[in-house]
Design a protein around this ligand. Sequence first.
Ligand SMILES: Cc1cc2nc3c(=O)[nH]c(=O)nc-3n(C[C@H](O)[C@H](O)[C@H](O)COP(=O)(O)O)c2cc1C
Length: 159
Amino acid sequence: MRVSQQIFPRAVALIVTISKDGEPNVMTASFLMPISFEPKYLAFSITPTRHTFKNLKEVKEFTFNICDESMLEEAKICGSYSGRDTDKFKLAKLEKESSSQVKPPLLKKSPVSFECRVEGMKEFGDHWLVVGRVLKEHVREEEFIPLLHKSGDIFPRLK
Ligand SMILES: Cc1cc2nc3c(=O)[nH]c(=O)nc-3n(C[C@H](O)[C@H](O)[C@H](O)COP(=O)(O)O)c2cc1C
């Protein structure tokens, strides 16, 4: 049994990165964790075959955009197509907003977004752990119902 079927539900975020040529990309992630209150640090775990991983190697910055329940379709789209050959912002109709501290843009629809600088990336098994220091946060909504993930197409709902 996969660990994703044993540790759940997990919050879902859309991770936005940018290539050295300035092309942004967005990927869904649910292997997420907060690390530190002050300064704020957070982490996610990524398979190295992702286009997002290539971008992170080129530009060591990302934005971490929390999904609320209304963002299920966007999360499915950004988690099933690759930015290698698809403009997922267009496909998922996700509006971008400029960041002030990092190059990758933010997502307007997200209730909470973090601008992050990569502080470390390390391989563990079939994933890499990416640790980011939050340089700026954007709280658009304080109260929201988070989108939750188990595995595959299973998104448990809060009762
Ligand atoms: C709900 C959901 C959660 C996901 N969580 C992760 C994750 O935490 N880490 C990861 O590497 N891929 C995760 N994926 C898969 C990637 O989002 C997917 O492979 C995506 O197409 C990669 O995009 P990219 O090639 O543009 O970077 C998840 C997919 C979904 C639908």
